[in-house]
Design a protein around this ligand. Structure first.
Ligand code: HEM
Length: 819
């Protein structure tokens, strides 16, 4: 197959044209926008004197998307120049694709494009016909080779193109034979599949590596030093190139072709010989080639799932919920249309133009059936590999900048609001509807329970509220719940305010403050003061370190050998227990000698009813450790997210400052805030709730299924794990209007039932929710009335290996006093 000739999208404006079926590609462009903006900003900051910028969009194709990328680039440069108060440089824009591309379509839409620029940017000196500031031209040729003069480009962009290879891969022996269809012994298949020979896998991988290397080498000649590239293309998240994720469209298309071959409509030998010039690379492969080529370094590498139906693939996406057969078939048709617009020109020379309608009719049905099959009986999803299931994919997610929730999010988009996966040898079902949250968390049926995980039990203690058996949990909870009284909350508010005022003093002289780090310290101190009145800096320091080891061990593999993280956690638990036991002994002595003025949780727990202690010492120590862990990290993470959202929403901040300044004036005669003051913060309370909704610090709540049941129309089996995906519910557009918009006022109206799950629901609802909200309000008040702040590093990556969702950067800021 001569790729140069056949690799172009369906031309024109007809029903099967790319112009009419390119929403997926347009969504991919939108998804890359944030990264592109970031790259352009870095480029502009580095080149402050630049008067002319060379820009290339490689693989621009023809259709509504062709000018979308450059339009975005121009808008961003325009906005950056306005922000930096600099003149807009001359923009030399080159659109590139193979010579067979429908360039006429693009040229025909240029006048309209210039008009738009002129209308928007008259003030910037753009003028009619491209004029003095923006010069668009087209360059026909393969980007697997040089296209532009040396050092002429500053910015290279390419979207949905680099997965196309320069040629069909061929076996080692056929290396010289470049232009014909290659024989890869790939019988009955048209791309890599589970049954393809290893040599075919190898040939594909090799072809991609060769092409990508040439691509990088060519661009390194063309780009100026410090130039930037933003590339988005189809790839895969797993190491295995034959997983459904990267192959299913090709696999199903091969099925459609084979069904036609069986009926004698096309020849089977042609299918055997046809191999698509396409490759979905893994991030490891990309890194390897980039390192080998040596001219480029990676600033950001992100993986996102693609919705082949053309629904949005950004975080706002929740559309691919396939249910009934007609719905599944309609989905199949949409996917078939998208694929047809791209690959029909490639198939025609081999199989003939006259069979295309029939082929894609069959293909649409097969894709629809495929969607439908996965929605009946047990929930849709993948069991992954034998034994380990999808554990590797989960771990990859944990290790990526998007954090562990990405694993759930991508499957939620693909399979809908109820899906199953297999992790660490067990089946897990994730549910994300308000009805399922009610059923599982309120547990009126008694069919669900919190799972006891032995390793967590070893770290927190068997008597911890989080590990106790259902019966024991009830007793413990009924005793512990009394600790969280109004009186305790009032005391906590005063103490916490004192801590915050002390901690904030002098932040303006510290240069950069990593907010999360400081907040972890403040909340740790607050928890220790509230629980056991521990204030000694040295003891606090060693306790915080040990609690940190216990938390890390909760995520580690439970292997208790001297060098493991788990072992470190067990040892740290031992030291924490020793310290708590010592504190209990000292407290008892103080009580006996009536020399005791403490007002903390421990004091209440040591009180006796009719000579019977409320809890045993072991129950007290296990649950003090549990409460420190449950309260410190969650609150510090939630506070950091809150300040981040606030920094991004000036209007909300303005309203808050207004509200909080009034309180400052009113309470000016008091050194510290009191519980009643918090009721004077109606807007701030909504803002706290909105932050908790958006951040979903505890993203899902796991339970164990005690008997076979049905959820969301699917069979759920005894012994499976069921997880209520609170984050998805918080971001579901059918539950919250415009869920990605930060809008505290949404809570003026009553939220949909069972939709706010930041603190869980039912018999396991967070015990500290009142305390947590109070702490957030107190910090908010002090912080925003004391300081203005600017962000030092806006990296949105999520920290790896944490119990709760936290920003990897810790949100570094610089503060200045608000006058
Ligand atoms: C913003 C901060 C906080 C968030 C987002 C949060 C969230 C949660 C959630 C979602 C659960 C329920 C998990 C489930 O159902 O599986 C929970 C349980 C719990 N939380 Fe919190 N929490 C926060 C702060 C606190 C604080 C400050 C304390 C203690 C002082 C605390 C103590 C607990 C305890 C003891 C449980 C276990 C309840 C049980 O199993 O019966 N939390 N928390």
């Amino acid at each position: 197959m001569e790729v140069m000739r056949v690799l172009h999208m369906n031309k024109g404006n007809g029903e099967t044209s790319y112009a009419k079926n390119s929403t997926v590609q347009s969504n991919i462009i939108s998804l890359g926008r944030r990264v592109m903006d970031e790259a352009l900003k870095k480029l502009m900051m580095r080149n402050s004197e630049i008067s002319s910028i060379g820009i290339a969009d490689l693989g621009c194709s023809s259709g509504p998307n062709s000018l979308l990328s450059i339009s975005n680039i121009i808008d961003t440069i325009h906005n950056l120049c306005a922000d930096l108060e600099r003149p807009v440089p001359e923009l030399r824009v080159s659109l590139n694709d193979l010579p067979s591309n429908d360039f006429n379509y693009i040229f025909a839409s240029l006048p309209e494009f210039y008009d738009r620029i002129n209308n928007n940017k008259e003030s910037l000196g753009f003028c009619r016909g491209g004029g003095e500031s923006c010069f668009v031209s087209a360059v026909a040729g393969s980007f697997y080779g040089r296209l532009f003069p040396r050092r002429s480009l500053h910015f290279v962009h390419s979207s949905s193109s680099l997965h196309w290879l320069s040629q069909v891969p061929c076996r080692e022996a056929e290396k010289e034979d470049r232009a014909i269809t290659a024989d890869l012994d790939n019988m009955g298949k048209i791309y890599i599949s589970k049954t393809s020979p290893k040599s075919a896998h190898k040939a594909y991988a090799l072809q991609f590596q060769t092409d990508f290397l040439v691509f990088l080498r060519s661009r390194s000649e063309e780009l100026v030093p410090g130039g930037r590239m933003v590339l988005s293309f189809l790839g895969r998240s797993s190491l295995d190139p034959t997983t459904e994720e990267s192959c299913y469209q090709w696999e199903l298309l091969a099925q459609a072709l084979m069904s036609m071959a069986k009926e004698g409509i096309i020849e089977e030998e042609k299918i055997d010989a046809f191999n698509a010039p396409y490759y979905a690379a893994s991030s490891e492969e990309l890194k390897m080639v980039i390192e080998k080529e040596g001219s480029f370094s990676i600033d950001r590498l992100e993986i996102s799932p693609v919705d082949w139906e053309g629904g949005s693939i950004s975080e706002e996406s929740y559309d691919l919920v396939v249910r009934s057969k007609p719905e599944a078939l309609a989905s199949g048709r949409r996917v078939a249309n998208t694929i047809r617009a791209v690959i029909e020109p490639m198939l025609e020379p081999t199989f003939g133009e006259n069979v295309m309608d029939e082929l894609f009719e069959r293909y649409a049905k097969i894709v629809g059936e495929y969607f439908y099959k996965s929605t009946v009986d047990v929930p849709p999803g993948s069991d992954g590999f034998p034994v380990i299931g999808e554990t590797l994919q989960f771990m990859l997610s944990v290790n990526s900048g998007k954090g562990f929730y990405e694993f759930v999010r991508s499957r939620r988009i693909r399979y809908g609001s109820c899906f199953r996966t297999s992790l660490f040898g067990e089946t897990h079902v994730f549910l994300s509807t308000t009805d399922s949250a009610r059923a599982v968390l309120n547990n009126e049926s008694g069919m669900f329970t919190k799972r006891y995980i032995k390793s967590i039990g070893e770290l927190l203690g068997d008597r911890s509220l989080l590990c106790a058996s259902q019966h024991h949990h009830k007793i413990l909870r009924s005793r512990l719940i009394n600790l969280f009284s109004k009186r305790s909350t009032a005391l906590m508010v005063r103490q916490f305010d004192e801590l915050v005022v002390d901690a904030l003093s002098g932040w303006e002289h510290r240069g950069t403050v990593v907010l999360l780090t400081d907040l972890l310290q403040i909340t740790f101190k607050a928890m220790c003061k509230m629980l056991i009145s521990l204030e000694d800096e040295e003891e606090l320091g060693s306790m915080q370190k040990d609690v940190g080891f216990v938390c890390e061990a909760m995520l580690a593999f439970p292997l208790n050998l001297p060098w493991t993280r788990f072992h470190k956690g067990i040892m740290a638990r031992g030291r924490v227990m020793e310290m708590l036991e010592k504190i209990i002994r000292e407290r008892r002595n103080e009580i006996n000698s009536q020399n005791n003025h403490h007002e903390d949780f421990l004091q209440q727990l040591l009180a006796v009813d009719n000579d019977t202690p409320k809890l045993t010492d072991a129950e007290i120590t296990d649950n003090i450790l549990t409460m420190i862990i449950a309260g410190q990290d969650t609150t510090a993470s939630a506070l950091t997210w809150m300040i981040k959202y606030l920094g991004e929403n000036q209007k909300v901040l303005d309203i808050l400052i207004e509200e909080q300044s009034q309180l400052t004036n009113k309470a000016s005669n008091k050194p510290f805030l009191e519980l009643e003051d918090l009721s004077e913060m109606p807007y701030a309370s909504k803002m706290v709730k909105e932050s908790l909704r958006m951040a979903s610090v505890v993203p899902w709540f796991p339970r164990l299924v005690l008997q076979d049941c049905e959820m969301e129309g699917y069979k759920i089996k005894k012994g499976w794990n069921i997880n209520i995906d609170a984050r998805s519910i918080h971001l579901d557009p059918t539950v919250y209007n415009e869920p990605h918009k930060f809008n505290p006022l949404r809570f003026e109206e009553e939220a949909k039932a069972n939709s706010f799950l930041a603190f869980g629901m039912g018999g396991r609802t967070c015990l500290g929710l009142g305390m947590a909200k109070a702490m957030m309000l107190v910090f908010l008040h002090r912080f925003i009335t004391t300081y203005r702040w600017e962000v030092v590093d806006g990296d949105p990556s999520i920290e790896k290996w944490t119990l709760f969702s936290r920003l990897k950067s810790g949100y570094p800021i610089r503060v200045s006093r608000r006058l």
